[in-house]
Design a protein around this ligand. Structure first.
Ligand code: NCD
Ligand code: ZN
Length: 345
């Protein structure tokens, strides 16, 4: 007997569309399910100003199917050269919904990121004043810090103090990966939130390393121990509104992933909602999916919830081995895996 699940249309609160020809693949893949998405600014060169965000937004809109009613929510990329005036301009633009802090060198295209997160308090102050959320890639980058500890050290070294000094600033610990990150969010008020990716909910570092290296499960922040995965699962299943959907869909060409020095990022957009639904279903919590996917994000960003809906069907399908993204072959995250839930046409 087929079963269906209809939800308010969800939004994706953290993803990477890339640019140029690739937008012809990435934007329709997301717009098929989500009505809005917080679009990461880590292009080369990065999207550092409202003006660049507006131009990037236009390129995204040109790639969106007309019938989709898709709305990209733009983000500016903070650098050591960003000024409070840049933030004021972004806030006034009406198309920018956050400012992203990448510690320099933390991840893909973060070379222009901030060298010292403790040296930009004037920018946090401007964000707080203009009520623009601070979106964090919450990892330190020092080579002496173990890759599995980088999120915890970022929280200890920087985030506690930022949270304390700017009590009215909205902060999103994006793609949370540790029990420490979960506890940090839980310990604070409603202005502190985290996005949760499907890979950090459904996997731990064994899925990256046991039985051979799995480059398609390699992303940053890296998958952690199972105990951290369990903390993320519990937080999401508890129905706490501070944890909401952000895929971190981050496409890289197949040959850049399957390489001696492979790129970080999972291209999850082609199967994102069915994968989240599978997770909730496995935990007998399908009733919690809609708030996680469609309510908590807009509530945090102070945007209206969507008024239309999407439908999932309980019908198994296999995630394709490859997809063409603007002429580049990509391997979707979980390629070849049978998924019990499918988007209805
Ligand atoms: C992202 C990318 O490829 O742009 N990669 C990733 O592993 N998540 C960058 C990021 O979000 O860290
Ligand atoms: Zn990301």
């Amino acid at each position: 007997m087929s079963q269906t699940l209809t939800l308010t249309r969800p939004d994706d609160w953290h993803l990477h569309f890339r640019d140029g020809e690739q937008l012809r693949g990435t934007v329709p893949a997301t717009a098929a399910t989500f009505r809005r998405a917080i679009v990461m600014p880590n292009l080369t060169p990065p999207v550092t100003t409202a003006e660049r965000a507006l131009a990037y937004r236009q390129r995204i809109m040109a790639a969106a199917p007309a019938e989709a009613d898709f709305e990209p929510l733009m983000v500016i990329y903070l650098t050591d050269a960003t000024s409070p005036a840049d933030i004021a301009e972004a806030a006034a633009s009406g198309i920018v919904y956050g400012a992203k802090l990448y510690p320099a060198g933390a991840t893909t295209n973060s070379d222009s990121g901030v060298r010292d997160p403790a040296a930009i308090y004037h920018l946090y102050e401007a964000l707080e004043k203009h009520d623009l959320p601070l979106l964090l890639h919450g990892e330190v980058t020092e080579s002496e810090i173990d890759i599995f500890d980088r999120e915890k050290v970022f929280i200890d070294r920087y985030l506690n103090d930022i949270r304390e000094k700017f009590p009215a600033l909205r902060i999103v610990l994006e793609h949370v990966t540790t029990r420490d990150g979960i506890e940090f969010v839980q310990a604070h008020q409603r202005l502190t939130a985290a996005t949760v990716t499907p890979q950090h909910l459904m996997m731990n570092r064994n899925d990256l390393l046991v039985g051979g290296v799995r480059p398609h499960n390699y992303c940053l922040p890296i998958l952690k121990r199972r105990e951290h995965q369990l903390a993320i699962q519990q937080a999401v299943l508890s129905g706490d509104s501070r944890f909401f959907l952000g895929t971190d869909s981050a496409p890289h060409a197949q040959d850049k992933k399957e390489a001696a020095c492979g790129c970080a990022g999972c291209y999850s957009a082609p199967a994102a909602l069915p994968l989240y639904a599978t997770f909730f279903d496995q935990h007998n919590a399908l009733d919690k999916l809609e708030a996680f996917a469609s309510f908590f994000g807009p509530d945090f960003y102070r945007l209206p919830r969507n008024s239309d809906s999407v439908t999932l069907i309980r019908e198994s399908w296999i995630i394709p081995a490859h997809v063409d993204v603007g002429g580049v072959t990509m391997v979707p995250w979980q390629a070849g895996i049978e998924v019990p839930w499918k988007m209805a046409d």
